[in-house]
Design a protein around this ligand. Sequence first.
Ligand code: PFF
Length: 456
Amino acid sequence: MSAQNQREQWGSKIGFILAAAGSAIGLGNIWKFPYVAGENGGAAFVLIYLICTALIGLPVLIGEILIGRSTSKDPVGAFKSLSGSKFWASVGGMGVIAGFIILSFYAVVAGWSLGYIYEAVTGKFHAFPEPSQAANHFGDLIGNVYWIVGYFALFMIITMFVVVAGVQKGIERGSKIMMPILFALIIILVIRGVTLEGAEAGIAFLLKPDWSLITGKSILEALGQSFFTLSMGMGAMLTYGSYMSKKDNIPTSAVNIVILDTSIALLAGLAIFSSVFATGLDPTAGPGLIFHTLPVVFTKMPGGYIFSIVFFILLSIAALTSAISLLEVITAYFVDEKNWSRKKAVMVFGGITFLIGIPSALSFNVLSNFSIFGLSFFDFADYITSNIMLPLGGLLISVFIAYRWGFGNALANLRNGAENLIDNYPVLVTIWKISVKYLSPVLIFLVFLYSIGIFN
Ligand code: PFF
């Protein structure tokens, strides 16, 4: 490795936690979680999601960060150095490719969010008293090639700008600025939401379970959501873990990341459902909840103009800190394995991601009739990554730890920085072991079968 490519580390423990929480907290929390919970009965789904996150999400997250920290390498290099096997190196390779594809469509939606800041600032929402009108306006915007590609490009440029500055000066510094803003903005929105007249129904929707709406499918959906929202299964957390010091405590950092991620999803749910119920709109509107329903909610709520701006800034920040982690995976691969400079890796792959994302952006307009296996280009990219590559990656990570690297080796490495916890609480070690060896592989395998449509 050349001196120029001397590997960076996080400047502080909190820097890692904020960057990793930034990766985890994204469109998955603020856009996806509320609508998936809305479609699956609210509180009952939330409870199952919490159980899945505690029993499987957290243990696998600890494992993924550990693989990175133990090797100080990108996903391909990490698996290669721990196993010496081409097969396992290719599991890391699948992660790098998945990150790249996810970024290509994730940044398209993130671009909508940037565009909606402009819509909010210019007061456009006040022209829409009905969700159908807001939906038509949304359709007009994403139907416009210049609008959709332009904001997508802008979002990619901002992401590249942060990643090119490096681990400490770009990602860590950016997270330390953006994450506190994000926490403050969500609190403002929750306070606004729950103090609206009629908000109680929305709060009850999120907190009072209706078990009749829970099916086997909702359980699998909850686990899938837990994976996507924790950025697991494709090497983002592994890469962030690789910049950690060997003295840092992985289990407590991971618990902090999970708590932050879960709190933001719940707070977003609270802000959105209290406002949606208070304004008499439909909580089960699905993926359009944010772009069709919320603009109308803002029209009807006192102070809606300001809160609409706050909301779309929040959504854009959340998407940005996640996109940064996606671009960092492929950047780390080219810097570590191919000895490229960071600048070259970011320019080349930021550019290629943009090119690959163009067909996704065009799925909403000129390519709307084009389909692959019955899906638009955008839906296809989402499907193969979220439903196939991520669960498969998560499954292979737990199998790798339990059966290839070996639980004993993993535990010995995990102990660095967590001696007190591991020596004094053997029960926690047992829970981690049961999860990584049995629970996670079996349950993730079920999610995988569900995702590819076996149970439909
Ligand atoms: N966790 C992000 C979200 O909830 O929006 C999505 C994501 C980011 C997935 C980074 C995977 C990843 F590597």
